[in-house]
Design a protein around this ligand. Structure first.
Ligand code: SAH
Length: 258
């Protein structure tokens, strides 16, 4: 294939999980690869598209669990390419969003290995699609902010709350499950109303997907009590207000759709 010679690396977006949310290019590259390095977040249905003789290498990357160091991943990818493989580095969602793509691009370029990116559907888009909601809303949510709430062990979450607490924005918080309390507190202290609508989507687009609707002041409770083990995205802002008559201000702390 012209765009995938031996010795080349593609950073491929695997989307949020449902294999049908892959791009056609991603599907073709996955099927052509002789080696695939993938994260924990890449769903089995996506890996099933690999050629029968392709080598699948799990390189971890779930926060709090054992995963290979980024430099190790970088060198594994480069070594496989230099050995003449067609290498796919498969990442959940879009490789260019909270995916450490720069390190891998730099490592390939430094070694003279050709490398390109195939984009994917990011978790925020997958979650909005599952919710049947728009991330932007004419007049009410004119801005969409992607932020990661990931913190290294022992460090406190430090974000620019003043700029994030924008009532006319939708805030998509990646890796926010364990920081939900800090996110809620930070935004409310910076002036965002406690009744701001919040949607939480766990395992968006996968069979085990779950959705929760709540409000900003109740977010920590919901994140703690309702979310399970899967990857979860927090969507905060007026665009997440329920439009089907169910209000998050009812006596329940949250409503569930699954
Ligand atoms: N590159 C990825 C993001 C990687 S960071 C992308 O573009 O989507 C990993 C975080 O993404 C998870 O902690 C979670 O917040 C989010 N995420 C990934 N897949 C998800 C899914 N199927 N459902 C909900 N959130 C998901």
């Amino acid at each position: 294939m012209n765009d995938f010679p031996q010795g080349m690396v593609w950073l491929v977006g695997a989307g949020p999980g449902d294999p049908e949310l892959l791009t056609r290019k991603a599907e073709r590259l996955i099927a052509s690869a002789s080696v695939i390095f993938h994260d924990a977040l890449v769903a089995p249905g996506v890996l099933a598209l690999a050629a029968p003789r392709a080598r699948l290498v799990h390189v971890g990357k779930r926060s709090g669990r054992h995963s290979k160091a980024q430099e190790t991943i970088d060198s594994l990818i480069v070594e496989a390419a230099l050995a003449g493989h067609r290498v796919v580095r498969l990442k959940g969602g879009d490789p260019a969003i909270f995916g450490r793509a720069t390190e891998e691009l730099d490592a390939c370029r430094a070694a003279g290995v050709a490398v390109r990116i195939c984009p994917g559907v990011t978790a925020a888009s997958g979650a909005a699609a599952s919710l049947g909601a728009s991330l932007t809303l004419r007049g009410l949510a004119r801005k969409l902010t992607f932020v990661t709430a990931h913190v290294r062990a022992g460090e406190a979450l430090s974000l620019d709350w003043a700029s994030l607490a924008d009532p006319e924005a939708t805030l998509a918080v990646y890796m926010g499950k364990s920081s939900a309390g800090a996110v809620s507190r930070g935004l409310i202290e910076a002036g965002l109303p406690g009744d701001t609508p919040v949607a939480l989507v766990e395992a968006a687009s996968l069979p085990e997907e779950r959705q929760f609707h709540t409000r900003l002041d109740l977010l920590p409770l919901v994140a703690r009590s309702a979310l399970g083990d899967g990857p979860a995205l927090l969507l905060i802002g007026q665009a997440m207000a329920r439009r089907d008559g169910v209000t998050a201000t009812s006596s329940a702390a949250f409503t569930v759709n699954s």
